[in-house]
Write a protein that binds this ligand. Sequence first.
Ligand code: CTP
Ligand SMILES: C[C@](O)(CO)[C@H](O)COP(=O)(O)O
Length: 229
Amino acid sequence: MIWAVVPAAGRGSRLGGEIPKQHRPLLGRPLIRHTLERLAAHPRIAGLLVVLARDDAFWPGWRELRGKPVLTATGGAERADSVLAGVRALPADVRAQDWVLVHDAARPCLRHDDLDRLIDHGSAHGVGAILATPVSDTLKRAAADGSIAHTETRAGLWRALTPQLFRRGTLQRALEAATLAGIAITDEAMALERIGLAPLLVEGAADNIKVTTAADLAFAEFLLARMDP
Ligand SMILES: Nc1ccn([C@@H]2O[C@H](COP(=O)(O)OP(=O)(O)OP(=O)(O)O)[C@@H](O)[C@H]2O)c(=O)n1
Ligand SMILES: C[C@](O)(CO)[C@H](O)COP(=O)(O)O
């Protein structure tokens, strides 16, 4: 069984509005509820550790979802700070060699078959794995004046998604090393790469979107209305 750390301490500034995006209503429920329910409903998830902003005024205080325990921790200035706070706050019986996953609260459209493949392939790989999707658009490098400097090759390029699956001890050590080095990391795999480890890429559904802008919110609503609960 695997604990899920869910970073939910962001401000949602790119989306804007009075309510942080993770608490914005989506099909009549807070966006974060969709994310947490999808995780809690999976039989291989042991519990949820939700990382909240210190001044979060919208968290309803759920202590259990679908029979799984819900614990909370206080996040930090950056997503990586929040994830590290969450990993540190996991229950003491989650051992260093135990697998844990990190999944953005802002990604409500996670599919259980993707989660199964991440866990199966990631745990077999030994270092861990991330869900990701191959880049399908042509990529342009912008020049200072806004024109196209050149086209980047997209061969071998993937967009990192979440969940990302690692052993608790390795993840905590990698995150602490990045923090100590003052390196800004944007996903957990980057912290492991920095210490010489190579997590596996597991292809996941491209509609496991991160709600960042208003267009994403509308797309997430469209997807959730058509996905299995
Ligand atoms: N200090 C932070 C920043 C982000 N997150 C979480 O990390 C996930 C992905 O981050 P992002 O989409 O960038 O969320 P925000 O930082 O809230 O968005 P923005 O950059 O638009 O403010 C979100 O679930 C967000 O709540 C977090 O826990 N702690
Ligand atoms: C972790 C992540 O969702 C993988 O794509 C992404 O890096 C989060 O970035 P954000 O700027 O914190 O949303």
